[in-house]
Ligand binder design. Structure first.
Ligand SMILES: Cc1cc2nc3c(=O)[nH]c(=O)nc-3n(C[C@H](O)[C@H](O)[C@H](O)COP(=O)(O)OP(=O)(O)OC[C@H]3O[C@@H](n4cnc5c(N)ncnc54)[C@H](O)[C@@H]3O)c2cc1C
Length: 462
């Protein structure tokens, strides 16, 4: 009965139960989880989403919203029961409006992030959210995970880029909060409740996004360092010279570059010499090329950096960024892979890495650290690849010891176990350990208030 209702709501092109069609939607990006689903429905209007949720609510059947399925915590994968409805937002993908004078745009949840960026650019505006998965992740997924990416330093996380939301609530009611106001203190800011809630409190169907002027002329630097701590010192120096015109400031370890060179066709290591750490930085320079060269000269003189490249063309800049964006993909070829998307205070990144090295050396000296990330936000992807030639499954099992130790260190340093990827299912136990009983109870009461039947992405986050 429910299946017939769902099929009628979306029409023939809007559903599938075929194993071949569903398979990529039921598998987590790293293949860490596989789920099953009653049906996948792909509505193409908000009204259809509302009807689907209403139909599921009346039968108390769970719904798992899914965007581009690039999330790294398993939030978009249904459980193994085969009783959950997979709600793909892929066909709800219209750019409803771009208002250049208002510096805002209204987009539907299923728009691919790179299409959102392009639509803004076509009107001479800039939408700053940018991450390696931007060619396949969807804006609805980005907002539901409060995605970060490479431009947070200057523009903030996804949360800061939203002016309004349209959300389908757990009973199928549509909340239209698509305002584009910069100031609005009328009551609680309800959109913030749904942003970062990983599909557990409502289904985001559209958003009003904040746009910016195009950043102007930028320079891409690739800098070699002899220690990770130097990246923090360098960031302070670049900030003194360029203020808030730092678009991105990414730390990359030598092992990351080696993996990319080994597995990603066409990638070239930027320096002939070996160095342990690198920073990839994007700066708005406008007419101030001389200031940039002067700053780099002083950094070399004070031994903050040991070598530097300034990209001479857009193509060179792109190939440097391709190295950065290929790291996660390259790591997949190296077997078992533990991901730790952590945040610590920016000034303590060097200390974190030193203490992390000591932990790894004591617990599993042959494991291979693959550290990189958004050092300007205090956010590291402190990933660990299995020892070469180890058994991947055995490594992943033993890995819980490493993960627990790393999260203890993060907590000890006043950090967070999830900086930008969310909790999904993979980090649920750790959320419980590292948030206070009071905070967890607040989260539970929010969930109860907005989804009393627990049908929206049950078993995720809390
Ligand atoms: C190579 C690579 C690089 C990455 N780099 C970054 C990075 O730099 N920064 C970063 O933050 N993340 C990064 N990620 C993680 C991932 O891309 C982000 O979490 C992204 O925001 C997920 O978007 P998605 O559309 O794929 O969402 P999905 O994976 O489909 O879903 C993620 C969560 O959101 C929920 N959801 C999806 N759409 C909706 C909706 N419309 N309404 C309600 N809930 C919804 C799902 O149920 C799930 O819980 C990276 C991933 C990969 C594979």
């Amino acid at each position: 009965m429910l299946l017939d209702d769902l099929k009628n709501i979306v029409g023939r092109k809007g559903w599938s139960t075929s194993a071949d069609v569903l398979d990529p939607h039921l598998t987590e990006w790293r293949d860490r989880l596989r789920g099953r689903a009653l049906i996948m429905v792909s509505p193409n209007t908000t009204q259809q989403v509302a009807q689907i949720v209403q139909a599921c609510a009346s039968e108390r059947v769970a719904i798992v919203p899914q965007g581009g399925n690039t999330g790294l915590c398993g939030g978009a994968i249904p459980d193994e029961s085969g009783q959950q409805v997979l709600l793909s937002l892929a066909r709800l993908n219209a750019i409803r409006a771009v208002d250049a004078n208002d510096f805002s745009m209204v987009v539907e949840a299923g728009c691919i992030l790179s299409d959102v960026q392009r639509a803004a650019r076509d009107q001479g505006r800039f939408f700053p959210l940018s991450l390696a998965a931007e060619g396949s992740c969807q804006i609805g997924g980005n907002l539901s995970t409060n995605a970060g990416g490479i431009n947070v330093l200057r523009y903030g996380t996804a949360r800061q880029l939203v002016l309004g939301l349209e959300v389908v609530l757990a009973d199928g009611t549509v909340w239209n909060g698509l305002r584009s106001l910069r100031k609005d203190t009328a009551g609680y800011d309800m959109k913030q409740v749904f942003l970062g809630s990983e599909g557990t409190l409502g289904v985001i169907t559209a958003a009003t996004l904040k746009l910016y002027p195009e950043p102007g002329e930028t320079a891409t630097l690739f800098v070699a360092l002899d220690s990770a701590q130097r990246s923090v010192d360098l960031l302070a120096r670049v900030r003194e010279s360029f203020g808030d015109r730092i678009q991105a400031f990414e730390l990359i370890s030598d092992r990351c570059l080696r993996f990319v060179a080994r597995h990603i066709a066409g990638s070239v290591r930027p320096f002939a010499e070996d160095y342990p750490w690198f920073v990839l930085c994007e700066l708005v320079v406008d007419e101030q090329q001389a200031l940039l060269e002067d700053m780099l000269g002083r950094a070399l003189e004070h031994e903050l950096i040991v070598n530097a490249i300034i990209a001479k063309s857009a193509a060179e800049s792109e190939s440097l960024w391709r190295l950065r964006h290929s790291i996660s993909e390259a790591q997949k070829f190296e077997g078992g892979n533990l991901k730790h998307d952590i945040a610590v205070p920016i000034g303590r990144i060097g200390e974190f890495l030193t203490r992390g090295d000591a932990l790894l050396a004591s617990l599993m000296p042959t494991a291979r650290l693959v550290a990189f990330g958004h050092v300007g936000d205090g956010n590291l992807h402190y990933n660990i690849a299995q020892p070469a030639d180890a058994d991947a499954a055995a490594f992943m099992q033993q890995g819980t010891v490493l993960t627990d130790a790393i999260y203890e260190l993060v907590a000890d340093m006043g950090g967070s176990i999830s900086a930008e990827h969310g909790i999904g299912v993979l980090k649920k136990a750790h959320l419980k350990r590292y948030r206070s009983a009071t905070e967890l109870a607040l989260m539970q009461s929010l969930k109860m208030a907005l989804d009393p039947q627990n049908i929206l992405n049950p078993g995720k986050v809390i």
